[in-house]
Design a protein around this ligand. Structure first.
Ligand code: CMP
Length: 140
């Protein structure tokens, strides 16, 4: 067991429905601590850069449009095995496949409007955290 940091986004479908608190409560109840958080409205360039790994995927343009359709809340989450724990509480990418009690099962509208993003590896977590936060903005 080790204390880790991972990166999370509460997506526009959730901020639109006033679910920032509801999603954050589920993260906290799963043992994750919010050690940095800010509400931002991403630019197109920011969203394209963040999802650059998906640039060749057919859903890329729609994904970018969705992510800039409203504010998001970017967060750094800390805890024991935070990366895997966050992915567990998020549930499957497609809410139709998400387990009962997961954030996406409870809140997600579709595979695109799926309420949360979470880093898929510790390496990506470090990259994604640095994409949005300065070290001094993270207070553990
Ligand atoms: P996220 O974890 O933010 O990473 C990439 C996002 O692309 C994913 O969540 C989904 O919201 C979105 N997406 C849209 N369509 C698809 C798809 N067919 N397969 C995977 N991800 C998709």
């Amino acid at each position: 067991m080790s204390t880790e940091r991972t990166f999370s986004i509460i997506k526009p479908d959730a901020t639109r429905r006033n679910l920032t608190g509801g999603v954050t409560k589920m993260l906290e109840d799963a043992g994750l601590r919010v050690v940095a958080s800010k509400r931002i409205h991403m630019t197109k360039e920011q969203a394209e850069g963040f999802y650059a790994v998906h640039a060749e995927r057919p859903f890329f343009n729609d994904l970018v449009s969705f992510m800039i359709s409203g504010p998001v809340v970017v967060q750094v989450l800390e805890g024991e095995n935070a990366m895997a724990r966050n992915r567990e509480v998020m549930g499957a990418t497609n809410p139709a496949n998400a387990d009962e009690g997961t954030i996406r099962k409870v809140y997600a509208e579709s595979i695109e409007a799926n309420t949360v993003h979470g880093s898929d590896s510790l390496e990506n977590a470090a990259i994604e955290i640095a994409y949005f936060f300065k070290p001094e903005e993270i207070v553990g």
